[in-house]
Design a protein around this ligand. Structure first.
Ligand code: SF4
Ligand code: SF4
Length: 348
């Protein structure tokens, strides 16, 4: 009897397996488009679109679970007052090829959107999702998930976790819905052998040894609990930040948003949620154009202290998953790793 918590999927069987899943749910996976951008994309036809598991998607799952702009409700207003109607429930969706850092970010978003009560839109999407991750055997140049305990492989949180063994995938079931899939489509899989287990472990060790960046995330988090950051560090960072918001928008754990009611006519409208960024000067600007924070000194203070100090206090770990996207995108070179390096050097 084959153990359906851990199985092997030969690579030849991957597309037929995904084809079966796609018949029952929307399928989202990384695809490289004609401009060379790798993005999580809805797969319409699995035989015509090529899933790209070699490159890191530039976008994260945040784009789906907290869309850049979404309608939270339609409203009408008549003599009886306001009536809010939420959008239709989301489709069942399977996300395939998700990296460990991005699932860790989603687990963090689960916490954020569960307080003070569960966010209806977020949890409607989350409860109709299944995440299939891909362990990272070859970390990308700017990644540091090992320093944030977010990879290269995961121990929980996924529906299924794939690890590339070369000619096959080592597939582990995490949550019940993942285990159900293995049971339902068991004829695609074969039993794990001792050789497969050894190979997986070997690949894990090799992946851990491949990180080229040594970022002292835990050290920075602990230091921030007891020590203030020297003002010259904030000034140095602010002087090179151009207020583009890129770091917050690509970050899978940046969840600031604003909500606006937009009138359609005199008696109806929509309530819209849109991304915001605490790095932006407009974030603290008040009516009358007064801004109580001095952006020329503190542009990035909120962002870095939130991730490394306050979330560490509240959740016991930083809300940076080491995905490296802010490193890739910041043309001022003042991403979170720059701050960590400056701060740990100052205070160690
Ligand atoms: S830190 Fe870099 S990416 Fe972020 S807003 Fe400033 S310039 Fe843009
Ligand atoms: S702060 Fe940067 S490295 Fe950390 S999760 Fe956000 S984008 Fe990724």
């Amino acid at each position: 009897m084959i153990d359906l918590q851990e199985v092997i999927l030969e690579k030849d069987h991957l597309i037929p397996f995904l084809r079966k899943l796609h018949k029952e749910a929307r399928l989202i996976a990384p695809v490289t488009n004609e401009y060379g951008d790798t993005l999580f994309t809805e797969i319409e036809d699995i035989d015509k679109q090529t899933i790209d598991l070699k490159r890191q998607p530039q976008s994260s799952l945040k784009d789906f679970f907290l869309p850049q702009q979404e309608t939270l409700a339609h409203y009408t207003n008549d003599d009886n007052g306001y009536v809010f109607t939420p959008p239709s429930p989301p489709q069942e969706t399977i996300y395939f090829g998700v990296r460990s850092c991005d699932l860790t970010a989603l687990l963090y978003m689960d916490l954020i959107f569960s307080k003070p009560s569960k966010d209806a839109s977020y949890y409607a999407r989350r409860n109709s999702s299944l995440i299939i991750t891909l362990g990272c055997n070859d970390p990308f140049d700017n990644c540091f998930c090992e320093a944030t305990n977010s990879g290269p492989y995961l121990e929980y949180g996924y529906g299924l976790q794939f690890v590339d063994l070369g000619k096959s995938y080592y597939v582990s079931a995490g949550r019940r819905r993942g285990a159900d899939l293995l049971k339902k489509w068991s004829y695609f899989f074969r039993e794990v052998t001792k050789e497969d287990q050894d190979r997986r472990y070997q690949l894990f060790l090799e992946a851990r040894g491949r990180f080229s960046r040594n970022i002292q995330v835990s050290h920075a988090c602990r230091k921030l609990q007891n020590e203030d950051v020297d003002e010259t560090i904030w000034e140095k960072l602010a002087g090179r930040c151009y207020d583009c918001g890129g770091c917050a928008y690509v970050c899978p754990t940046c969840t600031c948003f604003s909500v606006d009611d937009l009138a359609i006519d005199e008696t109806s409208g929509i309530r819209v949620r849109s991304w915001d960024a605490c790095t932006s000067s407009g974030f603290t600007r008040m009516a009358g154009n007064h801004n109580p924070t001095d952006r020329s000194r503190h542009a990035l203070k909120r962002r870095f202290l939130h991730k490394l100090k306050y979330d560490f206090q509240e959740h016991g770990k930083a809300s940076c998953t080491g995905c490296g996207r802010c490193v890739d995108i910041c043309f001022g070179g003042v991403d979170i790793t720059t701050f960590i390096k400056l701060f740990t050097r100052e205070t160690s």
